[in-house]
Ligand binder design. Structure first.
Ligand SMILES: [Zn+2]
Length: 89
């Protein structure tokens, strides 16, 4: 028998428009928002609800990921240098 009581459910809302998608105690599912029609992934486990847009692997998604990764990579050394400067003051 599950440790989660019937009433212990969590609300998963669309990360794009905020519409309630489902209530569940645990899930790992793909769902289309009925309001904005975006494809979403809903994960609920150990009381943590995660909802994000489901992007299939394609050239556009890969290019966006590449640009985002480069952007993050450029910022990390700057932040490290700032922290080192602050520590020496
Ligand atoms: Zn939506």
């Amino acid at each position: 028998m599950s440790e989660v009581r019937r009433g212990d459910k969590y609300c998963a809302c669309c990360s794009v428009c905020g519409t309630l998608l489902q209530k569940s105690a645990i899930t790992d599912t793909e769902i289309r928002c009925g309001k904005c029609n975006n494809d979403l992934v809903v994960l609920i486990e150990n009381g943590v609800v995660t909802v994000f847009e489901s992007h299939r692997d394609n050239a556009v998604a890969r290019e966006k990921f590449k640009k985002r990764s480069i952007s993050y990579g450029k910022r990390i050394p700057v932040q490290v240098e700032k922290e080192e400067v602050e520590e020496t003051i």
